[in-house]
Each structure stands twice: as structure tokens, then as C-alpha cells.
Write a protein that binds this ligand. Structure first.
Ligand code: FES
Length: 276
């Protein structure tokens, strides 16, 4: 059994086994100080007097017949009962001032700002990072300035007499521009499309009947055919003997497809290859 008595800024606790009438009393450690504390009998003023009182009542430590089992302890400690706790109200959020409100009820309110910052600022940063990555990739993959300059070429039609074919380089490939005669035009228009390996009418391959523009790369294995040659008066690939007509269509040999027609357009007296 233990009791605690307080006197001013001090407290003393006495534990004395199970004796119901003996335990405790308190006072400050200094007798003279305690003497002014009228409620505390003088015999309990110091640790020694308290111990003596306990021993008297119990007949000595652990010797009294009523004290079956126990510990006789005297201790002193500073209770600091006069310390006032600071008021932290002003530091609390409005949402948490009511200490009886469960935290989960104010969670949305308390986390609104961090959540907005997380998703708002995080989203903006993510978008910015994505834009940087895309820009870097696009600029890395983009055509170099000198190549862009060659993205399209202009060919003066007056430089190519009727019946002749001239070769130009466009994006690293040869391009045949043929100025066809009336006889060649009539001949190509009359070819039965059903007889062709790669069926295409001449009208599908030219914008103006007089001008045929094709990429000079054989569709078999990529050789460069010879213009105005072959059995059909168009192009001849000597690598494996493919013959193309004056419209660039495969007529004989191993090539599976007609010569490709690039994007081109007419502008005044020029043909612009690379723009449609
Ligand atoms: S590459 Fe032209 S025929 Fe083979």
C-alpha cells in the first residue's frame, strides 16, 4: 500500500507493506520547511521520522504480525505540480482544435493542400518532363538542315526536250523525269491493264500525259535501270533483265512491281519533286 502527500513543490511517498494505518505522509525534505506545513505531523517531517513512524506502527520493518509481506520504501521526487503547461491552441489548425473529433473526420481538410501540391505540381512537372523528352527525341530524329534543303527539288521542264529522260537526285535516290512524245503517250494509254504484272493504268501514274516521273530504283533488288532502253522503250535494268515501259510499269523480267512514283507537283514551268 502506498500513499502520496504533497507539500508545496515536493512530495514524498512511503510504501509500507500491507499495513492499512501506517502508510505514508509527506513533507518537504527540510524539516524547517515542513514545520510550517501544519497539516503534516512533525513525526513525518523527514524521511527518518517517517521511517520511524512506519517502524513503530508495523513493529519494525517486516516484523509486524499484520505485515505479511511488503516493502518499506521511502522516496522523494519532484512532482512539479506547479508547472503550468503552455497553451498550444494557436498552433493548432482549426480542423484539429476540437480534440474530440476523430482524425479521420478531418483528414480531407488537413490533406487538401498536400494533395493539391502533390498532384498539381507533380502533374505540371510530369508534363514538362514529357515535353522535354518528346522534343529531344524529335530533334534527334529530325532531318539535318542540309537534308531538309534537299527535301524537295525543282526541275525546269524546259531543260528536258521531248522524247528525252533526265535523271536527278532526290533524297539520295535517282529520279527519272521523262518528257514523253505523243506516240509514247498513246502507246502507254493503250496497254491492257489486265495483262500487267502490277496492274496500273497510265492515268494512275502521271499527272500530265507528257511527263512521267518515277524513282529510278529497280523493284527487284534495287539496281538503277537505264533510261530509254529495254524492249518497251522505257527503262531497262541490266542486273537481272527487267524491262519497264515508258510509264515505268514492269513488263518483263524478275521485278515484281512497277517503278515507284514519288510525290510531285507542277509549278509554272517546273516540276517540284517532294511536294504534292
Ligand atoms: S535488280 Fe533490277 S532486275 Fe534485278
Amino acid at each position: 500500500m502506498a500513499s502520496l502527500a504533497r507539500s508545496g513543490g515536493f512530495a514524498v511517498k512511503v510504501i509500507s507493506g500491507s499495513q492499512p494505518h501506517v502508510n505514508f505522509v509527506a513533507a518537504s525534505p527540510a524539516a524547517e520547511t515542513v514545520s510550517a506545513f501544519r497539516e503534516v505531523p512533525a513525526e513525518f517531517a523527514t524521511a527518518e521520522t517517517r521511517q520511524a513512524a512506519v517502524s513503530r506502527s508495523t513493529g519494525g520493518v517486516f516484523t509486524n504480525g499484520l505485515a505479511v509481506k511488503g516493502i518499506n520504501v521511502t522516496s522523494r521526487r519532484l512532482a512539479h505540480t506547479d508547472v503550468s503547461f503552455p497553451n498550444m491552441e494557436s498552433y493548432r489548425r482549426d480542423s484539429t482544435k476540437n480534440t474530440q473529433t476523430p482524425a479521420r473526420d478531418t483528414e480531407d481538410q488537413r490533406r487538401a493542400l498536400p494533395t493539391a501540391l502533390y498532384y498539381g505540381a507533380g502533374g505540371v512537372l510530369s508534363l514538362w518532363a514529357g515535353k522535354e523528352v518528346v522534343q529531344t527525341l524529335v530533334s534527334y530524329k529530325a532531318m539535318a538542315a542540309d537534308q531538309r534543303a534537299l527535301a524537295s527539288i525543282e526541275i525546269n521542264m524546259n531543260d528536258i526536250p521531248e522524247g528525252q529522260t533526265k535523271t536527278f537526285e532526290w533524297r539520295g535516290k535517282p529520279v527519272f523525269v521523262k518528257h514523253r512524245t505523243k506516240a509514247e503517250i498513246a502507246k502507254e494509254k493503250a496497254v491492257p491493264v489486265a495483262d500487267l504484272r502490277h496492274p496500273q493504268h497510265d492515268d494512275e501514274r502521271v499527272q500530265k500525259d507528257e511527263w512521267s516521273v518515277v524513282i529510278g530504283v529497280c523493284t527487284h533488288l534495287g539496281c538503277v535501270p537505264i533510261a530509254n532502253a529495254g524492249d518497251f522503250g522505257g527503262y531497262y535494268c541490266p542486273c537481272h533483265g527487267s524491262h519497264y515501259d515508258a510509264s515505268g510499269r514492269i513488263r518483263k523480267g524478275p521485278a515484281p512491281l512497277n517503278l515507284h512514283v514519288p510525290a510531285y507537283s507542277f509549278k509554272d514551268t517546273t516540276i517540284v519533286i517532294g511536294s504534292s
